[in-house]
Every structure is written in C-alpha cells, then in structure tokens.
Design a binder for this molecule. Structure first.
Ligand code: GDP
Ligand code: ZN
Length: 443
C-alpha cells in the first residue's frame, strides 16, 4: 500500500522545554529507521528502551522506541515513534538523524492527511484533530473529541443514507415514464422528503452550535451612532482599540475583538451604525457591517431607555437562528433604572456597571446546549448543510410544482454531493490543501 510514497518525519510534541518529547516517522522506511536506532528489528507495538545515536555513533538521547506496523497505526502506514527528553536541541538532532536515514520533513498536517487518504478517518474527523489540539475551553475540547471519534460524521452518514433512499425511490419512478406522475404523487416520497428536511434542520442547528463551541460565538454590536457601541467593545475587550468620539459616524469600519470569558471564545464586532451614507469609505464599512450581521450568533443592541423600542429596527438583517440581546447603556446618567428583565440588561460602558452580568449572559449563550453529545464543527460544514437545504427545497418544488422526477433526482444528486463534501467523499485538492495546511507540523 505504501509503494511510491515517501517517508515523513516531524517533531510531534509542542515547542519549548518539556519532560518528554517525541519524533514521529511514517512511511515505508519507518521500520528500517527503527532498526538502525535499535540495532535490531523492533517488535510491533512494543515499548523498546533504546539509545538514540547520530551518524557518527554519538549518543543523542536515551528513550522509548515504538513501532506500529501498517495498517494499524495513526496514518495507516508503518509508523515509528521515538520518545526522548523534551529538549528542542535533542529533538532536532533526532529528527535530523531520521532525515539522514531517508525520511523527509513532514508538511503541516501531513500525518493526518495520510490518515485521511488511507481511510483511517474521514475529513470531518481529521479537522476535529486540529480543533482538539487548538481547543481553548473544556466544552470545546470535549466537543472536538466527539467529532474526532466520529459522532458528527455518523450524523452526516445517517442523513446521507436517508437521502440515498429517497433518491432510489425517485429514480425508480423515472424508469417508468408512463406511471411517473403517479409514482411521484405517492405519499411515501413526500413523507420521506419531509422527514429528511426535518433531520437536516436538526443537524444544522447542532452543527451551528458545534461551530460556536469551536470558534466561539460571533457577537455583532448594533445600535444608533453614539449609543456607546465602541465604548462597550472597549470595555469588554479591556483596552482602547475602537475610536470613541462624540461625532456620529466616526467608526468607519467593522472593529473586531476576540475575547475570552472563562475560557469561552467570543468575537465581538462593532457594526459602526448601519445607515445610509454617500461617503464611499463609510459605505464600504456599512457593507462589511451587514456581512458581519448576517453571520452573527448573537446580535447585541446598544440603546438607552428612550430609544429601546424604536432601536429594535437595528435587528433588521439578523439571521433567525441568532440570539438577540438588548443592552440599555449609560445608566450612570439616570438616577433610577430598572433591573435585568428578560433579555434586556442595564449597563454603563463608562463605569463598568452591569458588565459582569452581560459577560455571564454571553457565556451562557456561547455554551448553550453544550451538554451530552455535543460535537464540534466548522463553518465549512454549516455552509455545506445550508446548500443541502437549498437543494432539498428545490427537490420539493420539483415534486410538488413541475412534478418532474428528473429535476427532483438531479437536485438530490447535488444534495448528496454537498453532504459528501463534509466527510470528504467528494473533495478537491484545494479543499484538502486548505484544511491540512492549517494544521501544526507533526500532526
Ligand atoms: P458608538 O457611536 O455607538 O460607538 O458610541 P461611542 O462608544 O463612540 O460613544 C459615544 C459617546 O457616548 C462617547 O462620548 C462616550 O464616551 C459616551 N458613552 C459611551 N458609553 C457611555 C456610558 O455608559 N455612560 C456615559 N455617561 N457615556 C457613555
Ligand atoms: Zn463607535
């Protein structure tokens, strides 16, 4: 299986001094490299204590050598792991020796890419490996682990099976043109399609949550000029980043800040007052603000007591699945004010009053539903599922409207392809390059 494939090597452990470090080797030469280090052939999956020496016979380090013969390894190829002390100098010397013995430096993500190409894991699982390594919160790490173990992929595969079953029914109808209309009117087909769309919507909701667990939530701050949006962004980010002034329309671009609340990541964006403008620079800012609004998970309206009702108009353009929060700002200017009520919070971006309550509300929204069974996902997966939904809408139109089995079958073929892109059944070199290129080296 490894004919024509070269052997790759990389330091597999994190940078900096640590107790233990490891070099990982994968490919056809791995067993020969292991034999050179050990002085004899290594036993499969056995921890050998070995003296690692360089080409001149000088001792580099003593450590553990492990050999995982193909196909029972991470990559599906012959894999050898050399575990020594976690010094960058020692690990470099060890890696250099592996290169002398015929391996080449692995590219970022190349081990996992080989695991994918050898069918050890599908694309969504491979992405979860990188997400697990990069996880910054407990909930995020747990979710990434579930996706790595295939929880998300299994859900996609279930949907795929349902979709294929429907396709089979419809394609059977096409094969009998005289009876096609009757066939397509069969309630079984309508029922199956309705069920499929329900299941897709469920998965879409959970996948969006998976993206939130992975990337954190995208919060779009909306409201009138001078409401205090930039001030709030600064207060939450804890530094002077956005330009705060008394002149309406000063914030010309979408200002973004990545913050953490108890290990949960949030991306805050100040949408700079969405309003009509003749100014070109401002118009570009407005266009970006609108795009930001369309992909937000939470829309946060900054307003005051007097405008709280009319300012609801700023929620225009917020996607239906996003949460909406109303924040009454500048309470330091009023003598008495109401307390938190429903999804309205009272704050002062200037004095910091009420910000803790706002932070915990945002944290709640970010981790909502992250209990049992929550898996991690990426935006690419949401985009794929959204396009599947589009194709299923077209399928319904074809069945109920034009009553064309051909058209319905064609839409379902597209839907199947879009679903397959998630797990990598269908994938382009560009997509694989983008995914594995963003990995760290050694994974
Ligand atoms: P934006 O246009 O919505 O981004 O509003 P800014 O953040 O630029 O704030 C507009 C003005 O309101 C500035 O002068 C701020 O100092 C002031 N401001 C913002 N938040 C508060 C607050 O909580 N209390 C008071 N008194 N002034 C505030
Ligand atoms: Zn502003």
């Amino acid at each position: 299986m490894t004919d024509g494939v070269d052997t790759i090597a990389a330091i597999a452990t994190g940078a900096g001094a640590a107790g233990v470090g490891a070099v990982r080797v994968s490919g056809p030469l791995a067993p020969a490299i292991a034999t050179r280090f050990l002085g004899r052939e290594p036993a499969p999956r056995h921890a050998h204590f070995a003296a690692f020496r360089d080409g001149a016979g000088e001792l580099i380090d003593r450590g553990i050598l492990l050999h995982f013969p193909a196909p029972h390894s991470y990559t599906g190829e012959h894999v050898v792991e050399l575990q020594g002390h976690g010094s960058a100098v020692l690990l470099d010397a060890l890696l250099r020796r592996c290169i002398e013995l015929g391996a080449r430096l692995a590219r970022p993500g190349e081990f996992t890419e080989r695991a994918f190409l050898n069918g050890k894991l599908d694309l969504a699982q491979a992405e979860a490996v990188a997400d697990l390594v990069a996880a910054t919160s407990q909930a995020g790490a747990r979710a990434a682990l579930r996706s790595m173990e295939g929880v998300f992929s299994a859900r996609v595969d279930d949907l795929l099976a349902e979709l294929i079953e429907l396709r089979v029914h419809i394609e059977a109808a096409i094969d009998f043109p005289e009876e096609e209309i009757d066939f397509l009117a069969d309630p079984i087909i309508g029922d199956k399609l309705a069920l499929l769309r329900n299941h897709l919507d469920e998965l879409l909701t959970e996948t969006r949550r998976g993206v939130r667990l992975n990337d954190g939530i995208a919060v779009a701050i909306v409201g009138r000029p001078n409401a205090g949006k930039s001030s709030l962004l600064n207060a939450l980010a804890g530094e002077e980043r956005a330009i705060v002034t008394d002149i309406a329309g000063t914030t010309r671009d979408v200002l973004r800040e990545a913050i953490h609340i108890d290990g949960v990541a949030l991306e805050l964006a100040d949408t700079a007052g969405l309003r009509e403008s003749d100014d070109i620079v401002e118009r570009e800012g407005i266009r970006r603000a609108r795009a930001q609004l369309e992909r937000c998970d939470v829309a946060l309206l900054v307003t005051d007591e007097a405008h709280a009702d009319t300012d609801q108009a700023f929620f225009h353009g917020v996607p239906a699945h996003a949460a909406r929060l109303v924040v009454i700002n500048k309470i330091d200017l009023v003598s008495r004010h109401a307390q938190r009520e429903g999804d309205t919070l009272w704050i002062s971006a200037r004095t910091g009053e009420g910000l803790d309550a706002l932070r915990s509300r945002l944290r709640e929204l970010a981790t909502a539903g992250a209990g049992e069974g929550a898996f991690s996902a990426r935006r690419r997966h949401v985009v794929a599922l959204e396009s599947v939904r589009g194709y299923l809408d077209h399928t319904a139109d074809a069945l109920h409207g034009t009553r064309s089995g051909e058209l319905a079958a064609e839409e379902l073929r597209h839907a199947q392809q879009a679903l397959g892109e998630i797990t990598g059944t269908y994938s382009s070199d560009d997509l694989l390059g983008a995914i594995f290129g963003s990995f760290c080296i050694g994974k």
